[in-house]
Design a protein around this ligand. Structure first.
Ligand code: SF4
Length: 378
């Protein structure tokens, strides 16, 4: 287990800012894209020795909007990884794309370079809601790009959706799910809206210009998604993620199973050994620091054993199959059942967790009250 790592590459460029976004990206630095990719290469080459005895299992280009940059930059960097590091034969390589910036030529380039998974941001199936979110695409644009992705031969496609948006009715959400299920992607993510506190949308909500759906409606939307997706042969393998059998996102699974991951690029997070760190969230500074062989890492946090255990529990319990008792014991030299006997007994009594086939997992009720469960351990 310790020999496998996931690789995340952050591409912090966007055409415009969505009204809710909390990710690090800028809309006015695209002219730095060539320099940025040179810096990515230099930063990653500094991992050569550390990764000597490791295998990269998954590669994920996230953002920002990776599909906004020139596709040969993605291709060259991807080929650099493949030819200079140990990459697993059955790697998963994902690129996040937005419908407004993806083209046939870019998709062909990704395909030719060996990328095998596309994650497409839709969010909602109503143009008025996309407008409220300041998304740069329309529903029609999404549909035509989705067809293009399939035509070019990508077999593994994720669609990102959001529920709990102001002005989004239950009927809107039902329609979104229905239309997305009809086009049969292999993977669907359904996240409840989260807004950055400083985002325009959060401000409108706090000024009561817009109103979030009630907590009750938010939960109804979530239950409906679970049921509708279950009825159409999607497996819920994580609190917010659903897939056809065998199409779970391997990259995110690595994260939820506590594997190490390395984040390259401005603002990217890494977890390696017992350290967490994040690169500086400034594109120009990041490039300058890499060029001058200076540190790119901002916050470096050394985790205690207790921190590592808690983190393992917090991310592991997100999975429907839960946290494997044997893997836990192997990693921490003690059983989770003896480490938290009272907490687990009490949570089981309340029907929030259960031990099943060697895994500690949340029940349906526990998935809904995840924060209450986690609070017991913290
Ligand atoms: S949500 Fe995605 S596309 Fe929109 S601004 Fe944020 S990173 Fe860019």
């Amino acid at each position: 287990m310790q020999n496998q790592v996931g690789l995340y590459i952050h591409i912090p460029f966007c055409k415009s800012r969505c009204s809710y976004c909390s990710f690090f990206s800028t809309t006015n630095s695209l002219d730095l894209q060539e320099q940025y990719f040179n810096a990515l290469k230099s930063e990653f080459s500094s991992y050569k020795e550390i990764l000597e005895d490791k295998t990269i299992q998954t590669i994920y280009f996230g953002g920002g909007t990776p599909s906004l940059v020139k596709s040969h930059l993605i291709k060259n960097f991807f080929e650099y990884i493949i030819s200079n590091f140990h990459v697993s034969q059955d790697f998963e390589a994902t690129i996040e794309c937005n419908p407004d910036s993806i083209t046939q030529q870019k998709l062909l380039t990704y395909k030719q370079s060996g990328m095998n998974r596309i994650s497409l941001g839709l969010q909602a199936f109503q143009d008025r809601i996309l407008k409220l979110l300041d998304r740069a695409h329309t529903v029609d644009q999404f549909l035509s790009r989705y067809e293009l992705i399939k035509k070019i031969g990508f077999k593994n496609i994720n669609i990102d959706l959001i529920f709990g948006i102001p002005n989004q009715t239950f009927a809107d959400w039902k329609e979104t799910l229905k239309k997305v299920i009809e086009i049969k992607p292999t993977h669907i993510s359904c996240y409840s809206l989260e807004t950055d506190n400083n985002s325009p949308l959060a401000q409108k909500i706090s000024q009561e210009i817009l109103k979030l759906p009630s907590e009750n409606l938010n939960r109804q939307m979530y239950y409906f998604a679970k049921q509708a997706l279950r009825n159409t042969n999607y497996i819920q393998y994580e609190i917010s993620n659903f897939s056809r059998p065998g199409f779970e996102c391997k990259h995110n699974l690595m994260f939820w199973q506590g594997y190490d991951y390395i984040g390259i690029g401005a603002g990217a997070h890494s977890k390696f050994g017992s350290q967490h760190y994040q690169n500086i969230k400034n594109i120009t500074k990041y490039i300058r620091n890499v060029e001058n062989n200076n540190n790119t890492r901002g916050n470096i946090v050394k985790l205690s054993k207790n921190d590592e255990i808690l983190e393992y529990i917090v991310v592991g319990l997100r999975l429907s199959r839960g946290l494997n008792l044997h893997a836990f014991e192997k990693k921490f030299n003690q059983s989770i059942l003896t480490l938290y006997p009272n907490q687990i007994r009490n949570l089981a009594k309340e029907n929030l967790v259960e031990v099943n086939y060697g895994n500690l997992k949340l029940t349906e009720k526990g998935m809904d009250l995840e924060n209450k469960v986690l609070a017991e351990f913290i």
